[in-house]
Design a protein around this ligand. Structure first.
Ligand code: BGC
Length: 738
C-alpha cells in the first residue's frame, strides 16, 4: 500500500520520471518501468535527442490493414509477437491499441484505428490485448474517448449525444475493458461535451470503473493533463510525460489544504505501484526477427482487399507474361503513417523486388511520377506509358502521399499526377492492375472504371511488398474485407457537414449513423461497401437458421466454396429490428466469422450474436435495453451483399418508463396501465358531460385524438373543458406507476 509513502512520494509516483518511464521511489524500493509506443510495433527511442528515432523492431501492419483481415485469431498472434518484442526490450506497457472509430475518411490517424464499426473494432482489439498481455506486457487502450480527429485535438470538444456515445464511440472500449482487462487505458487529449477527457469524472470513474469494472490504471495521453489536481479527482492515475515537479507540488498542496481527498491520491499511487509490481513478474525474453517478419507478411497478405478483378485478370501467372511495374511506390513503399507509431523496421520488402523475383525477371519498371508521390513529371510519365505499352500486364502503384498523427487530411483524392498515370497506362494496356497504398480511404471514382483490377493495399507494414506479390501471383488467395466504406465522393459521407468543426467544437451531427449506417439510412450509392472484398474463388450461401440462447442468438448457415481454389470467406451477420420504437440504422454488424473453405467444400458456419450487443442505450432509463421483437438477421458477404435472411423472436428486457404528469397523452395510451387509467378518466368525463358535449365529440374524432397525442397531461388539464382536471393528476400518476 502507498499509505507508507509520503504525500510527496505518492504525487511523484503519479507522474512520469521522463518521457518513457515511471518515477522510481528509491526509499520504498519502487523501480521505474518503461512504457512505449505502439501500436503496430515496439518503438523504443534510440537515443536522447530524436523522439521518433527508434531501435529496430518489426513493423507489423498498422490497424487500417490488420483490421481488414477481419480475423481475431491473427490479431491475437500479432499481440503475442508484440509482447515478445516488448519483453526483449524490457517494456512494461505498449501504448496501444488505438480503437477510436473512424468517423471521417479525413481522420489523420485513421491508419492507426480499426474501423467505422464498434463491434468489429472491439472484437479485434480484444484479441490483440489478450495476445499482448498473455506475455506479461500491459496494453494501453487509447484514446479514451472520442478522439476521432486530429484537428485541434488538444482542445476541441467532441459534442456527442449520450446514446451515440454509448452505442458507437464507447462501445468498443467497453468490450475490450470488460473482456480483456487491459492494464491501462489512455485518456484522450480532447474534451467530451465540454470537459477534458483527462478531467472527466463521469468517463474515467463512473463509466470506466464503476460500470465496466476496470481494474487497471488510467494514463494520460502525452501532454493531455491541464490540471493535475482536477485529473486525479476525476480518476486519472498517471500523468505522462514527466517529471512534473509543479504538478506534484500542486497535488501535495491540494491534499494539505483539503481540496483533494488524500485517499484519491493514495489510490492513484497504489494503481501505479501495482502496475510496476505486475510488470516486475514478466520474464525477460527474446524473439526471432525472421519469424516475426513472416508473421507480418502473413497478416499483410490477409489484409489486402481485392476490390475489382474483371475477367479474372488476377492472379497473374509466374511465367509467360511480361510485366510493367509502374509508380514510385512499388520501389519506395508507403508502409506506415507518421507520428508516435512510426517504427524503424528490422527489414523492408518492396513490391518491385518481390514481383521481379516471382516473375522470373520478365519485369520492367518506370517511376511514373515524382519521388514525392505528387509532382507530375512528363518524362517519367512518358517512360511509364511506353513500358505499359510493351508489357502484357501493367501494375500501377499509387496511394496517399502522407498520413500523420497531428493533422487531418484535406482530401480523399489521389494526387492528380497519379490519376494521370493510371488513365494513361489504362489507355494503352487493357490489362492494368492498380495497387493502392493508403492509411485511410481514397476515392476511386471515376478512374477505377477504366481498369479491370484493383487491390486495396493499405499501409501494410515492413513485409507489405512481399504480401502484395503473394496476392498478385495467387500464393495467397485474397480474403481481406473493408473495415470502412469507400464512398463515391467525400461529400456523400455522413460526417461531411460536421467535420472537423470550428472554434473549439465539433458536433457529431450524424449521431448513430457513423459510416455504413449513414450510407444505408440515406440509401446512398457507395464505391465499395463496408465488409466488401473479392476472392479468387466464389462462395454460395444456403438457408440460414437462427435460435435464441440464454446469451443471445446463434445463426447457422452453410457456405460452399464453388470455385476452383481454397479460400476464405468472411461471413457477416447484420441485424435490424423493423418497427423498432427507437431510431436505428437499417442494419448493424453484430457478428462475423472468418472461415477457410477448401475448393468444392461446404462449411457449416456458426455466428454468435451476444444479447448485450442487441441492446440500445435508453436515455430515459439511463441503461442498456434489449427491445423485444422480431429481429431480422441478414447474413452475407458484405453489408450490401446479403445472401440469407432469417427472423428470430427475442424477448425484451423489462423497460417501463414511469409515467408522469409531463408524459404525453400518446405516451399514456402506449402504456397498458396508463391507457387503462386514462381511458377510464376520459370515459368518466364524457359521461359527466353528456354525449353531445364538445368533449365527447373530441373523443370520437380520430384526427383530434392524434393531435392530442403530443399534449402532456399537465398542459391538457389547463385547457378549458378538458376531460382531465389538475387535481386528478397526482392520483393518476401514482396509480399508473404502482
Ligand atoms: C499520441 C499517443 C502516443 C503518445 C506517446 C501522443 O502524441 O497521441 O498515441 O501513445 O503520444 O508517444
Amino acid at each position: 500500500m502507498s499509505s507508507e509513502l509520503t504525500t510527496a512520494e505518492q504525487a511523484a509516483l503519479t507522474s512520469g520520471g521522463d518521457f518513457w518511464h515511471t518515477t522510481p521511489v528509491e526509499s520504498a524500493g519502487i523501480p521505474g518501468v518503461t512504457v512505449t509506443d505502439g501500436p503496430h510495433g515496439v518503438r523504443m527511442q534510440a537515443g536522447e535527442g530524436d523522439l521518433l528515432a527508434g531501435v529496430p523492431a518489426t513493423c507489423f501492419p498498422p490497424a487500417v490493414a490488420s483490421a481488414s483481415t477481419w480475423d481475431p485469431e491473427l490479431l491475437r498472434r500479432m499481440g503475442e509477437a508484440l509482447g515478445d518484442e516488448c519483453r526483449a526490450q524490457d517494456v512494461a506497457v505498449l501504448l496501444g491499441p488505438g480503437i477510436n472509430l473512424k468517423r471521417s475518411p479525413l481522420g489523420g490517424r485513421n491508419f492507426e484505428y480499426f474501423s467505422e464499426d464498434p463491434i468489429l473494432t472491439g472484437v479485434l482489439a480484444t484479441e490483440w490485448v489478450r495476445g499482448l498481455q498473455s506475455r506479461g506486457v500491459g496494453a494501453s487502450l487509447k484514446h479514451f474517448a472520442v478522439n476521432s480527429q486530429e484537428t485541434d485535438r488538444m482542445r476541441v470538444s467532441a459534442d456527442v449525444d449520450e446514446r451515440t456515445l454509448r452505442e458507437m464511440y464507447l462501445r468498443a472500449f467497453q468490450r475490450v475493458v470488460t473482456r480483456a482487462q487491459p492494464w491501462t487505458v489512455m485518456c484522450a487529449y480532447n474534451k467530451i461535451n465540454g470537459v477534458y477527457a483527462s478531467e472527466h469524472h463521469w468517463l474515467l470513474t463512473e463509466v470506466l470503473r464503476d460500470e465496466w469494472g476496470f481494474e487497471g490504471l488510467v494514463v494520460s495521453d502525452w501532454g493531455a493533463v491541464v490540471d493535475r489536481v482536477a485529473s486525479v479527482a476525476a480518476g486519472l492515475d498517471l500523468t505522462m510525460p514527466g517529471p512534473d515537479a509543479e504538478g506534484d507540488a500542486a497535488l501535495v498542496d491540494a491534499v494539505a489544504t483539503g481540496r483533494l481527498d488524500a485517499a484519491l491520491l493514495e489510490t492513484s499511487a497504489d494503481r501505479v505501484r501495482k502496475l510496476i509490481e505486475k510488470a516486475g513478474t514478466r520474464p525477460a525474453g527474446g524473439y526471432d526477427a525472421e519469424a516475426h517478419h513472416a508473421l507480418a507478411r502473413e497478416i499483410a497478405g490477409r489484409a489486402i482487399v481485392l476490390l475489382k478483378n474483371e475477367g479474372d485478370l488476377l492472379p497473374l501467372p509466374t511465367d509467360g507474361v511480361t510485366i510493367g511495374v509502374l509508380g514510385e511506390f512499388a520501389r519506395s513503399p508507403r508502409y506506415q503513417g507518421g507520428g508516435s507509431s512510426q517504427i524503424t523496421p528490422t527489414k523492408l520488402d518492396d513490391a518491385l523486388t518481390e514481383i521481379t523475383a516471382a516473375a522470373g525477371g520478365q519485369v520492367r519498371f518506370a517511376a511514373g511520377y515524382g519521388a514525392d508521390g505528387s509532382t507530375p513529371d512528363e518524362g517519367l510519365l512518358a517512360e511509364a506509358v511506353e513500358v505499359a505499352q510493351r508489357s502484357d500486364v501493367a501494375i500501377v502503384f499509387v496511394g496517399s502521399v502522407h498520413e500523420t498523427e497531428g493533422a487531418d487530411r484535406d482530401s480523399i483524392d489521389l494526387p492528380a499526377a497519379q490519376v494521370t498515370l493510371i488513365e494513361r497506362v489504362a489507355a494503352v494496356n487493357p490489362r492494368t492492375v492498380v495497387v493502392l497504398s493508403n492509411g485511410a480511404v481514397i476515392a476511386t471514382k471515376p478512374w477505377d472504371e477504366k481498369v479491370p483490377a484493383l487491390l486495396e493495399g493499405w499501409l501494410l507494414g515492413q513485409a507489405g511488398g512481399s504480401a502484395i506479390a503473394d496476392v498478385l501471383f495467387g500464393r495467397v488467395n485474397p480474403s481481406g474485407r473493408l473495415a470502412e466504406t469507400i464512398p463515391v465522393k467525400l461529400a456523400h459521407h455522413p460526417s461531411y457537414l460536421d467535420f472537423p468543426g470550428e472554434h473549439g467544437h465539433v458536433r457529431y451531427g450524424e449521431g448513430l449513423h457513423v459510416g455504413y449506417r449513414g450510407f444505408d439510412a440515406q440509401e446512398r450509392e457507395v464505391a465499395y461497401p463496408f465488409g466488401f472484398g473479392l476472392s479468387y474463388t466464389t462462395f454460395s450461401y444456403g438457408a440460414a437458421r437462427a435460435s435464441v440462447t440464454a446469451t443471445g442468438i446463434e445463426v447457422r448457415v452453410p457456405v460452399t466454396n464453388t470455385g476452383g481454389r481454397d479460400g476464405r470467406e468472411v461471413v457477416q451477420a447484420y441485424v435490424s429490428l423493423p418497427g423498432s420504437r427507437v431510431q436505428r440504422a437499417p442494419r448493424e454488424l453484430k457478428a462475423f466469422a472468418n472461415v477457410a473453405i477448401g475448393a468444392g467444400e461446404t462449411a457449416e458456419v456458426l455466428l454468435t450474436i451476444d444479447r448485450d450487443d442487441l441492446a440500445y442505450w435508453d436515455t430515459r432509463l439511463g441503461r442498456w435495453v434489449v427491445e423485444g421483437g422480431e429481429y431480422l438477421v441478414a447474413v452475407g458477404s458484405s453489408s450490401r451483399d446479403l445472401r440469407a435472411t432469417v427472423t428470430v423472436h427475442v424477448a425484451g428486457d423489462p423497460a417501463r418508463v414511469p409515467l408522469t404528469a409531463e408524459s404525453s397523452v400518446g405516451e399514456w395510451f402506449a402504456d397498458p396501465r396508463g391507457a387503462e387509467l386514462l381511458g377510464q378518466a376520459f370515459a368518466a368525463a364524457t359521461a359527466d358531460a353528456g354525449s353531445d358535449s364538445p368533449i365527447s365529440a373530441m373523443a370520437a374524432d380520430p384526427a383530434m385524438l392524434m393531435m392530442l397525442g403530443s399534449l402532456p397531461l399537465s398542459r391538457m388539464a389547463k385547457f378549458p373543458g378538458s376531460p382531465l382536471r389538475a387535481e386528478q393528476l397526482d392520483k393518476l400518476v401514482d396509480a399508473a406507476n404502482e
